[in-house]
Ligand binder design. Structure first.
Ligand SMILES: Cc1cc2nc3c(=O)[nH]c(=O)nc-3n(C[C@H](O)[C@H](O)[C@H](O)COP(=O)(O)O)c2cc1C
Ligand SMILES: [Fe+2]
Ligand SMILES: [Fe+2]
Length: 401
């Protein structure tokens, strides 16, 4: 038996690392790669929890065999059907034809749709159902829309291990070790925020409902489908999810702006300098043409203040600013303090469009929007500084409250 991949008791890690993919979901940059985690419980009834991206099937199968040899797998639990996890179902079934797939009502329609599998080897579970594997007992919790409708979590009552699907997951491969106690986990925190804000972020309420459901469990280990296995740091991870799904954020300001020739950027610099003067320490400035929107969104989930700036471009917002705003609205981010500024040369449109965004977002508008024609002047500088002072005051007032 291969003991290197042991997590606790009879639970083994059989996930894989992807250091080749550039964009997760063909959208989100992966500078540190990503892992697809799967887990094997080597009980009387051998049980596999989720699979991996099909590109890594051979590595996956070898990991499974290094633990159970030629013995069969009895159950395959499917917590989530997104193909980064379900992609190997068909090949697993090919190698283990008698395997029983465990899922909920929503799971099986997707298995048939994606993989053409429809047989009588399905075991349908409902919320709170349990399954005994011998030594271990699994209990299933339906957690719809975290972040797909069929998502569920599986709790191993014997070891206190929660197989949570994408929840509590993050970008970044697991290099060498996968247990939080054996690796430096610093780099994963920001990547958990980026994963959450871009992929799960729209579903704050369903995440809150899931956390509520899990609150009675004595969770010792969190086995998510991406990133490290959380043991000692499990409480911090749950706390982070709780805060993000309530759209709670720290005192700080994101300034996201577009600028072709540097004039709008001067407004952003002026605002940032005055925010700093007013004692705001966390100021995240992003030129939207340079920083990928996924990082800007992560910062918007982190900080309560948001200031957006845009030049007018063909009677519209600057395209990359427009793109960012649509991403923010898509995620239904709540509870931010918003300020904005726009520029133009001959016929202004940016400030008006930003005003429309302010209405749609339902964010609390702070200060007076600033408009600039062509280049910065002492009067515009003063207006930018006033906007910054209003933002700092609003942040401080919230902190005291
Ligand atoms: C392709 C293009 C389209 C533009 N369209 C408009 C426009 O419709 N109305 C306007 O007033 N200015 C327009 N401008 C001018 C810029 O909005 C204006 O010069 C702005 O101050 C540029 O800010 P920046 O120096 O931060 O890039 C356009 C500029 C470019 C390059
Ligand atoms: Fe997913
Ligand atoms: Fe995933």
């Amino acid at each position: 038996m291969n003991a290197k991949n042991l997590i606790k008791g009879r639970i083994h890690y059989v996930g894989v690392n992807d250091r080749s993919k550039h964009l997760f979901e063909a959208l989100w940059p992966l500078p540190g790669g990503v892992s697809y985690n799967s887990y094997l419980i080597d009980d009387e009834a051998v049980t596999l929890i989720d699979t991996v991206d099909v590109c890594y099937f051979e590595v996956f199968l070898e990991k499974i065999r290094s633990i159970i040899g030629e013995r069969p797998i009895q159950y395959l639990v499917i917590n989530h059907m997104e193909p980064d996890h379900s992609g190997s179902i068909r090949l697993i079934k090919h190698h283990y034809p008698d395997i029983t797939i465990v899922g909920n009502k929503q799971t099986f329609g997707m298995i048939e749709g994606f993989y053409g599998i429809h047989d009588d080897h399905f075991l349908e579970v409902r919320d709170n159902d349990s399954l005994t594997l011998g030594h271990h007992t699994l209990r299933f919790y339906l957690t719809p829309m975290v972040h797909w409708p069929e998502t569920m979590m599986t709790f191993d009552e014997t070891e206190g291990a929660l197989f949570s699907g994408d929840a509590f997951g993050c970008f970044g491969t697991v290099d060498g070790g996968f247990l939080d106690t054996r690796i430096n986990t610093d780099r994963y925190r920001d990547e958990m925020i980026r994963y959450y804000s871009n992929i799960v972020g729209k579903y704050g309420m369903p995440v809150q409902r899931a956390l509520q459901k899990l609150s009675a469990l004595d969770i010792q280990i969190i086995c998510s489908t991406h990133g490290p296995v959380w043991t000692d740091q499990r409480c911090q991870v749950i706390d982070l999810y709780d805060r993000m799904s309530r759209y709670e954020a720290d005192k700080g300001v994101v300034i996201a702006y577009g600028s072709m020739y540097g004039n709008t950027e001067q407004m952003a610099e002026t605002i940032a300098a005055e925010l700093s003067n007013e004692g705001i320490r966390d100021i995240a400035m992003h030129n939207v043409s340079k920083t990928h929107a996924s990082y800007i969104l992560a910062d918007i989930f982190k900080y309560r203040g948001l200031i957006i700036g845009s030049p007018t471009y063909s009677g519209q917002l600057y395209p990359d600013v427009d793109f960012l705003l649509s991403r923010i609205l898509l995620r239904e981010v709540k509870g931010r303090l918003l300020g904005y500024f726009g520029s133009y040369c001959w016929a202004s449109a940016a400030a008006k469009r930003l005003g429309e965004f302010a209405d749609k977002s339902k964010f609390q508008l702070v200060g007076q929007p600033v408009e600039m024609k062509q280049a910065i002047t002492p009067a515009v500088t003063e207006q930018c500084e006033q906007l910054a002072r209003n933002m700092a005051a609003a942040l401080n007032a919230q902190t005291i409250a």
